[in-house]
Structures are given as C-alpha cells and as structure tokens.
Design a binder for this molecule. Structure first.
Ligand code: G3P
Length: 196
C-alpha cells in the first residue's frame, strides 16, 4: 500500500515537469504558454519554430507517462494501483505542481502511459493519431480520434476494468482540454501542422 502511494506521488511529481517549457528555455525559444495556442506541448513548440525542441518535448512528455507505468509493473503492481500511478502522471502533466497547476493537454503523456501498459495498445494509438493527423494535417484531430479509439484498444487488449476505466478518464480529460481546439475545428479555423 505504502509502495503504491509513494509511486502515485512520484508519478505526479514527474508528470508535473513541463518538458515544453524546459526544452524552449534550453533552446532559447519563448515560453510556449505565451505563443501560438498557448499549450505547453510538442505541437505548439513546433509552431514556435524548433523541430528539435518539439521532438524533445514529445519524447520527454511521453517518458513521463511511460516511466511510472513501467516502474509500477516492475514492482508487481496491477489493477487499481497501476491505474492510479498512470493517472497521477497524466494529471501531473495537466495540473503541474511547478507551474501553478496550469499544464498541457496530455496527448503525449497519455501515449506514454498506453505504451507502458501494452506496447500493442500504444502502437495502435500512435498509428491512429498518425492516420488522423496525417489525413487532416491537424494535430488536435489526431489527438481526438486517438483518444476516442484508445479505450477500445485497452478494453480489448488489456481487459482490466480499472485500467479500462482509467483510459476512459484520460480520453474525457483530453476532450475537455481540447474544447477550444474543437470549436476551431468546427469553425474551420484550426491551424494545420507546419503552418502558424
Ligand atoms: O497535443 C496537443 C495537440 O492535440 C493540440 O495542440 O497547440 O494545436 O492546441 P495545439
């Protein structure tokens, strides 16, 4: 029990580190929260003009989700405890302790969580994102379609009720975080990948 609680706290603290803010600072770019969509995420860092910083952001945010799930599994945790550690990392990204609880939209961190739970689920989710974003050239469309599909992949491949429930919660939080994107998509005003 103590182990599970410690891991949940650790996962939240790790999730709270904003890779986008750190990568932009190290690359001499402006704070991503003051640019473009204002989101501290890889898409907005790319918009700010650095492919390298965007890739670092993507990988860093992904690792924040992957590492706690990997650790939880290595420690023999499953079901509720595993789901709680995964959710804590994701919530750290959305509501970071070090940034006044104002974080990102959670797409890369959720992908890391899913890859940690099952490489097959993670791969299918990534392919779904690539397909939807590739066809539309809109990152948020990729995120929304992948968030819709992921709980189905989890239910079929992982099957555990706690993990499936947690993945549904991740999807709902991703939709909620993308509400402004959704409005822009419906109005035909959402920016396309590679364009400002
Ligand atoms: O991962 C975030 C992406 O889905 C949308 O980012 O900057 O276009 O709001 P952005």
């Amino acid at each position: 029990m103590l182990l599970a609680i410690s891991l949940v706290i650790l996962a939240y603290l790790l999730g709270s580190v904003s890779t986008a803010i750190v990568a932009c600072r190290l690359s001499g770019l402006p704070d991503p929260r003051t640019q473009g969509s204002g989101n501290p995420g890889a898409t907005n860092v790319l918009r700010a003009g650095s492919k390298k910083a965007a890739i670092i952001t993507l990988l860093g945010d992904l690792l924040k989700g992957l590492a706690p799930v990997f650790l939880a599994k290595a420690l023999g945790l499953d079901g509720f405890a595993l789901a709680a550690a995964a959710l804590a990392a994701f919530l750290g990204h959305l509501f970071p302790l070090y940034h006044q609880f104002k974080g990102g939209k959670g797409v890369a961190t959720a992908l890391g969580v899913l890859l940690g739970l099952s490489w097959m689920v993670g791969l299918l989710t990534l392919l779904t994102w690539l397909l939807a974003a590739g066809l539309t050239r809109i990152s948020s469309v990729g995120a929304l379609v992948a968030a819709t599909a992921a709980p189905i992949y989890v239910a079929v491949i992982v099957g555990d009720a706690w993990i499936t429930g947690m993945s549904c919660l991740l999807a709902l939080l991703i939709y909620w975080r993308h509400r402004a994107n959704l409005r822009r998509i419906l109005a035909g005003e959402e920016s396309r990948i590679g364009r400002p």
